[in-house]
Structure formats: C-alpha cells, structure tokens
Write a new protein. Structure first.
Ligand SMILES: Nc1nc2c(ncn2[C@@H]2O[C@H](COP(=O)(O)OP(=O)(O)OP(=O)(O)O)[C@@H](O)[C@H]2O)c(=O)[nH]1
Ligand SMILES: [Mg+2]
Length: 221
C-alpha cells in the first residue's frame, strides 16, 4: 500500500493512551480530543498510559505509529506470555478486602512488581465497613512494618482516606476480582460508570467484571 510512515509524518499527533480494549486503544490528545486507534499489524506492546505518536486515518480515528520511552511499565507474565497492564504509572495501589478472602501471595507479587518496576506501592484495605476487616487489617501490619503505606477505607461510604495518596501521582489500582476497584473508581471519578458486580459467596471470589484498563483524570479539589 502506498503511503508509509514518511508520508504520514506531517499529520502525526502526540497523545496518551487512556484506554485499551483488546487491540483497540483510545488516545487522548493535548486538547482532550480522543481518537479511536489501532496499532500497525499485530503489535500488542502498547499499554494504557503510553505516550504515543498517532497518524490520523479518518475523522476521530488513528494508527499508533510510535511509543515514547516509558518511565515505568507494569505487566503480568507467566512462562508463556506477557501482558502489559499500564505504562508510566508512578504508584500501584493494591486493593484488598476481607471478603472475598484476599491472597497474600498476590499482594506479595504486586509488591515485587512495584519494586522491580520502580513504582511506589500502597495497600488499600477496602470494605472496612465489614466486621471481618479488623482481622484483615491486623494481618496487614506486617507490610506496614516493612515500610509500606496501608490505608483502610470503605468505598461504599467514603474514599477520602485514599485521596491524599493520589495527589501528584499516576496510580494503578490492582487486585483480585471483587475487591472493589471499580467501586473506588466510581467514587473517585463521578461519571466513570465502571461496572460493579456482586461477588460470589459460593466461590469466595469476584466475577472478573472489569477486563480493560482505563486512565482517569482526577480533579484537584
Ligand atoms: N461492604 C462493602 N462492599 C463493597 C465495598 N466496595 C465494593 N464493595 C462490593 O464488592 C463487590 C465487588 O466490587 P467491584 O468494584 O465490582 O470489584 P472489582 O475489584 O472491580 O472486581 P473486578 O472488576 O471483577 O476485578 C460489589 O458487590 C461491591 O458493591 C465496600 O466498601 N464495602
Ligand atoms: Mg472491576
């Protein structure tokens, strides 16, 4: 096909990926316009938070041509593949709750990912309104002793305990299904309308409701 990178160069714009849904990405431009973008070919090495150059392809649409060097990269991997979660995050917030039971092993893995990737880490014990939370909070004392910040909150009631920790940071909420990440987002970002689902009591787990990454701006208030 005629018209390679060179020809498009003049119409390229810089932006930031604010959402990744499979192979589709939303790129926000400095003037807050959002373009619906794809990558060239099957490249899947783009993450929410990436600074990118985009060639406009149609009104409201673009093709991601280049990714700027990242400050940090959060990803998950197993022996077979790697999945990028978020780029240029300065801090990860590990969301846990007493119900469903949270996995200490996952918390440890998240802390290792943060340390390895040069991101700060904070543990948020959500659902502090539940009676089971007291025991969960004392089980987290260990992390406090190691120097990690631990904050208890009930997203259903008030997310204020988290707010000061969010100032001047790009934070990623991570944690098992059902811990309340989307509930926290909805409280922090009015209008975010992240889907929230009941947890399964039978399985003592969430239902993997949120399956995409999204970047939100917080207003300094
Ligand atoms: N009691 C109580 N329940 C909460 C609180 N925050 C969230 N929940 C409930 O926990 C359940 C799971 O919340 P979600 O926000 O969907 O959890 P999530 O972490 O986004 O889950 P995934 O998207 O599956 O990863 C829902 O039934 C919420 O209403 C809280 O502070 N207290
Ligand atoms: Mg969710």
């Amino acid at each position: 096909m005629p018209g390679g990178k060179q020809q498009h160069h003049d119409s390229q714009v810089e932006g930031r990926i604010v959402a990744s849904y499979g192979r589709r990405y939303l790129v926000e431009l400095p003037d807050t316009t959002v373009l619906d973008c794809v990558t060239r070919g099957k490249r899947g090495d783009v993450a929410c938070g990436d600074r990118v150059s985009v060639a406009r392809s149609a009104p409201g649409q673009g093709v991601i041509e280049a990714i700027a060097p990242r400050m940090t990269l959060l990803y998950r991997s197993d022996a077979y593949r790697q999945k990028l979660i978020a780029a240029n995050v300065t801090q990860i917030i590990i969301v846990v709750a007493a119900v469903p039971t949270f996995s200490e092993d996952l918390v440890n893995r998240c802390l290792i990912a943060a340390e390895y990737g040069g991101m700060k880490a904070l543990i948020a014990l959500n659902k502090s309104d539940l009676p089971e939370s007291a025991a969960a909070l004392s089980s987290l004392e260990f992390y406090r002793a190691l120097g990690y910040r631990v904050r208890a909150l009930s997203a259903r009631r008030d997310v204020q305990p988290l707010c000061t920790c969010l100032e001047n940071e790009v934070s990623a909420l991570v944690g098992q299904s059902g811990m309340g990440k989307s509930t926290i987002i909805n409280r922090l970002v009015p209008g975010a309308a992240a889907r929230v689902a009941e947890v399964s009591a039978a399985l003592d787990s969430g239902r993997h409701t949120t399956t995409y990454a999204r970047l939100y701006h917080l207003n300094a208030t």
